[in-house]
Design a protein around this ligand. Structure first.
Ligand code: TXA
Ligand code: MG
Length: 356
């Protein structure tokens, strides 16, 4: 339901942008909601220390209120204003990766309201590197609580058009700075307990974290369909396209052959088929819709297109979708984590002979 006028302001990288940040700051200080770009995905921002403003985020997104928000800061030192018992490892990670796509979880200070942390005694903190995000946070003179700026259950927005699709009429402002550069949400590392734990894989990989602070584990809850992830938001089934999505993993030639056969079968049954392929393979399929998700040899190009492709299939009439699987090393781990969630862990692994 449309309830308010949403101002949509385009960043021009000229002096005129100052007016946009001034307006956005005014909205934030008045308990309003502003969507803004970060290097990962667009966020939906509100004053993190204003319990009512944070509630507004849950309402606009239709998000369960036990799912905590990430607090975005404009200066590294702000970490100490929001978190208690900051360990040396947190500082080392902040020095190595902030500003950037890393969220750190620590025990919260009393100033952070429970409506921001979903009732938890910990707080998630991130200093983004996108210059527009930093300017917006600094100009607002507040800490900015921001989940991804999508309605709950839809893929995170990677451009301002995605935000408008979901939230136009429900929020006060969208700052449009074009497409983001990473396309998948930040890596979340939990330092609130003795052993560092990755709760959500992202652009900053396990190896990169371990190079700075030593051993880091991955939350076992995110590795299988039946696990219970520690991050509340990782428990929900996300991004599921309307048509069932199946991922086919294996050697490239086998995968192509298998998907081609499935396309043929589906067609014979009168079904419309969508395929998610790469620049290297998209010519090989004769499906109703073939989407090129990016360059198979460049994970970042796949990451930046993933959510746009999933959104595309929500507006395209297909009965089934088949996707090629991707190498899950480094950034590939985050790509496969999101793709598996979209597919409800519906995977066929040709290497293991699992063609059930
Ligand atoms: O890249 C990103 O992180 C983007 C941009 C806007 O910064 N934000 C983002 O926020 O992805 P959101 O709300 O869509 O995802 C935040 C995740 C959720 O899974 C939430 O459950 C988890 O972080 N989280 C937040 N605070 C937490 C806490 N204290 N303990 C455990 N998980 C937490
Ligand atoms: Mg999200």
């Amino acid at each position: 339901m449309k309830t308010k006028e949403t101002i949509i302001s385009k960043i021009t990288n000229t002096d005129a942008d100052a007016l946009i940040f001034a307006k956005a700051g005014e909205i934030i200080r008045g308990s309003g909601l502003v969507a803004f770009p970060t290097e990962t995905v667009y966020g939906l921002g509100a004053d993190a220390l204003d319990a009512n403003a944070a509630k507004g985020i849950y309402e606009a997104k239709g998000r369960p209120s036990d799912n905590p928000l990430i607090v975005h800061i404009g200066e590294k030192e702000d970490l100490y204003k929001l978190a208690e018992n900051v360990p040396d490892k947190a500082l080392a990670l902040a020095d190595a990766f902030w500003p950037g796509p890393l969220t750190i979880i620590l025990p919260k200070k009393d100033v952070v309201p429970y409506s921001t942390t979903g009732g938890l005694d910990t707080v998630a903190i991130r200093m983004p590197s996108h210059p527009v995000a930093l300017a917006f946070i600094r100009e607002s003179k507040r800490y900015i609580a921001a989940p991804s700026a999508n309605t709950s259950g839809r893929p995170s927005p990677t451009n301002a058009g995605h935000v408008a699709e979901d939230l136009n009429g429900r929020i006060d402002m969208i700052i449009d700075a074009g497409a983001v550069t990473i396309g998948l949400e930040s890596t979340i590392v939990d330092l609130s307990e003795e052993h560092p734990l990755i709760l959500r894989p992202g652009y900053i990989t396990k190896d990169m974290l371990e190079a700075v602070i030593g051993t880091v584990d991955i939350d076992p809850g995110i590795l299988s369909e039946k696990g219970r992830p520690k991050a509340p938001g990782m428990r929900y089934r996300h991004y599921a396209p309307k048509a069932p999505l199946t991922i086919i993993c294996g050697d490239e030639e086998d995968v192509i052959g298998d998907i081609r056969n499935r396309c043929q079968d589906a067609k014979e049954k009168g079904k419309r088929v969508g395929v998610i392929a790469t620049a290297q393979t998209c010519e090989k399929y004769d499906a109703d819709v073939v989407k090129n998700i990016g360059d198979r040899n460049n994970n970042l190009s796949i990451a930046t297109h993933l959510y746009d492709v999933l959104r595309f299939f929500d507006t395209t009439q297909v009965d089934v979708i088949y996707s090629e699987g991707f190498d899950d090393a480094n950034l590939g781990q985050a790509i496969m984590n999101r793709l598996l969630k979209a597919a409800g862990h519906n995977v066929i692994n040709l290497c293991e002979g699992d063609i059930s």
